[in-house]
Write a protein that binds this ligand. Structure first.
Ligand SMILES: O=P(O)(O)OC[C@H]1O[C@H](OP(=O)(O)OP(=O)(O)O)[C@H](O)[C@@H]1O
Ligand SMILES: O=C(O)c1cc(=O)[nH]c(=O)[nH]1
Ligand SMILES: [Mg+2]
Length: 183
């Protein structure tokens, strides 16, 4: 599956000067919602990502809201598992709400649309582990961490993307005074 072509085709590959969740700046932003709004593309992505974990006997899939909600659903459908999502808890972490539950010992796969530092998906993992879930893998559509993200379990992705990302003080786009976009 040519994931980058899917982002391009759906207008989800943005170029400019963007502020990332981690505070880093970058000239490239992957707007996954623009891709996943298309059910057929979302389903194809879910099947491709699910296939990478089909031997893991997953009870549920979880992703950090919002980006991880649709993704969790389509991957879970492909794996015949439950689809959960974690939400920001207002204190810097993530939690399960809305009656979503974990049975102690449930094997789970964490999914993320785009991994930059991995902090967001890590918070969703912590929310599920706190309820007794056992992490068996992490999947992402795109890993743009430059090989830095690791979770202590298999981390499998559809696309590894090498894109520049800078701390604010070292950002050349800031030096050029290009307006910073918060997407
Ligand atoms: O690996 P990280 O450094 O944590 O960055 C990547 C995260 O940033 C984006 O989510 P964001 O928090 O912007 O919000 P959203 O999912 O609600 O769109 C994206 O969906 C990932 O969850
Ligand atoms: O790091 C992020 O916040 C991030 C990067 C990216 O390419 N897409 C996205 O939705 N978030
Ligand atoms: Mg997100």
């Amino acid at each position: 599956m040519d994931v980058l072509e899917l982002y391009r085709r759906t207008g989800a590959l943005l170029q400019g000067h963007f502020l990332l969740r981690s505070g880093l700046h970058t000239p490239f932003f992957l707007q996954s919602a623009a891709l996943l709004q298309h059910p057929l593309y979302a389903e194809a992505v879910g099947e491709a990502l699910g296939r990478l974990f089909e031997d893991e006997r997953v009870d549920f899939v979880i992703g950090p809201a919002l980006g991880g909600v649709v993704l969790s659903f389509v991957v879970a459908k492909a794996l015949g598992a439950r689809a959960l999502f974690a939400e920001k808890d207002g204190q810097g972490g993530m939690t399960l709400r809305r009656g979503l539950t974990v049975n102690p010992g449930d094997r789970f796969l964490a999914v993320e649309d785009v991994v930059t530092t991995g902090e967001s998906v890590r918070k969703a993992i912590q929310a599920a582990e706190a309820r007794g879930g056992v992490l068996v893998g992490v999947g992402a559509i795109v890993d743009r961490s430059g090989g830095k993200a690791a979770f202590g379990v298999p981390f499998r992705v559809l696309l590894e993307l090498e894109v520049p990302q800078y701390p604010e003080e070292a950002c050349p786009l800031c030096r050029e005074e290009l307006p910073l976009e918060e997407v």
